[in-house]
Write a protein that binds this ligand. Structure first.
Ligand SMILES: NC(=O)c1ccc[n+]([C@@H]2O[C@H](COP(=O)([O-])OP(=O)(O)OC[C@H]3O[C@@H](n4cnc5c(N)ncnc54)[C@H](OP(=O)(O)O)[C@@H]3O)[C@@H](O)[C@H]2O)c1
Ligand SMILES: *[C@@H]1O[C@H](CO)[C@@H](O)[C@H](O)[C@H]1NC(C)=O
Ligand SMILES: *[C@@H]1O[C@H](CO)[C@@H](O)[C@H](O)[C@H]1NC(C)=O
Ligand SMILES: *[C@@H]1O[C@H](CO)[C@@H](O)[C@H](O)[C@H]1NC(C)=O
Length: 329
């Protein structure tokens, strides 16, 4: 069965290398802004941008974390005397603050060329266990926290007829899982946002990339892990955990290459391909290859879906035995 997946995967990767002919953009001396750049995947992206000779501004709330990250980013700059590496403390859920600060750093550092939206956090749990404030806060940071900075910067990008926008979704932008009702709603919404923006901004020479990271070993992931119900823990156990440096590398490569989706690892290749739907594409050849394997992937994915539901049922039965759930009638 696996042969049906691996063979087309190899063919696609090979042909992609041959005919892909992707033009990679250069960020040397360009201003790259990374929101959520003081920790985890965002920090790794900021370090990468510094290594690529860009001017880097990271944005987050906590000033101690920001200054610590700045030290690390500066150590990685290849041209420390010329590269401008700064931080700004902003809560991304406040539109006026976001707009004013983006305006200000354009004046002090230079026009923004690349905007990376990486602020976000996850809380897991059954929907009824969330407080209304928790729900609002998840939506504010994960969804509005991406809409606001993009809304603020798009007029400038359009005027300049260039720019790169990165949104950070998740694998749960593609499918829901036990414990992710609220977080996954926000991450699904980011996909709609990214697809619409891609279409709105393409004529203006502005690219949009939606990153779909799998579980990645970051401070944020450690916090998320503490909130996972047993069902979610058991389901997550089935996947690998990635290193933020590797994830950032792939996101940077895909964003500079103008790819719409950015995913890493075999499992995410499979899930992303399966869920491509009406999403934008850059190569018709790639669409042909994908259309040939999507049917097979759907079949194989059903084993995973079945397994996930089985895990949830087993946990339910265990709880019932421990009398944590009232028997029916
Ligand atoms: N790690 C994973 O397994 C994983 C998987 C899929 C997707 N993702 C997504 O990838 C992104 C980064 O995740 P991560 O694991 O690297 O997270 P992280 O280590 O917790 O870093 C999150 C960053 O966002 C900033 N931030 C949070 N709320 C903010 C706000 N209201 N205003 C401004 N900045 C804010 C944080 O700084 P302050 O707290 O100081 O503001 C920090 O710099 C998130 O969108 C997450 O949902 C992560
Ligand atoms: C979630 O809420 C239910 C009641 O709606 C409660 O029985 C259960 O213990 C709560 N779970 C957690 C982890 O707080
Ligand atoms: C599009 O933007 C790139 C930089 O991202 C630039 O090199 C190129 O000249 C622009 N093309 C047009 C047609 O403006
Ligand atoms: C996640 O938390 C569980 C317990 O709640 C623990 O057993 C597991 O090792 C943790 N995993 C990671 C990657 O931190």
């Amino acid at each position: 069965m696996v042969v049906f997946l691996i063979v087309p995967f190899l063919i696609i990767s090979f042909m992609w290398k041959l005919f892909g002919n992707i033009k990679v953009k250069d960020i040397t001396n360009r201003h790259v802004v990374i929101i959520g750049g003081s920790s985890g995947i965002g920090k790794s992206l900021a370090i990468l941008a510094a290594k690529k000779n860009a001017h880097v501004t990271i944005i987050a709330r906590n000033i101690d974390k920001l200054s610590e990250a700045i030290t690390e980013i500066k150590e990685n700059a290849i041209n420390p005397t010329d590269q401008k590496i700064n931080f700004v403390s902003v809560d991304v859920t406040n539109f006026e603050d976001v707009e004013n600060n983006l305006c200000e750093i354009e004046e002090t550092v230079g026009p923004i060329y690349m905007l990376v939206n990486c602020a976000g956090f996850a809380v897991c749990g059954e929907l009824e266990n969330f407080t209304v404030n928790q729900i609002k806060s998840l939506i504010n940071v994960n969804l509005l926290g991406s809409i606001y900075p993009i809304k603020a910067i798009v007029p400038k990008f359009k005027e300049r007829k260039e720019g790169i926008i990165v949104l950070t979704g998740s694998q749960v932008s593609l499918f829901g899982l036990y414990g992710y009702s609220v977080y996954s709603s926000c991450k699904f919404a980011l996909r709609g946002l990214a697809e619409s923006l891609y279409m709105e901004l393409k004529p203006y020479n502005i690219s949009v990339t939606l990153a779909l990271p799998p579980d990645t070993d970051t401070p944020g992931f450690k916090e998320e892990n503490k909130t996972k119900p047993i069902e979610t823990l058991r389901i997550s156990d089935m996947g690998d955990i990635f290193n933020p440096g590797d994830v950032a590398n792939k996101i940077m490569r895909d964003a500079l290459g103008g790819q719409f989706f950015s995913h890493i690892g075999f499992e995410s290749f499979i899930t992303t391909t399966l869920c491509k739907g009406m999403s934008p594409f850059t190569s018709f050849f790639q669409v042909i290859m994908e259309s040939m394997i999507i049917g097979w992937i759907r079949l194989i994915s059903s084993f995973y879906v079945h397994r996930f539901h089985k895990i949830v049922q087993l946990c339910y039965d265990e709880k019932k035995k421990q009398k944590k759930i009232k028997p029916n009638m």
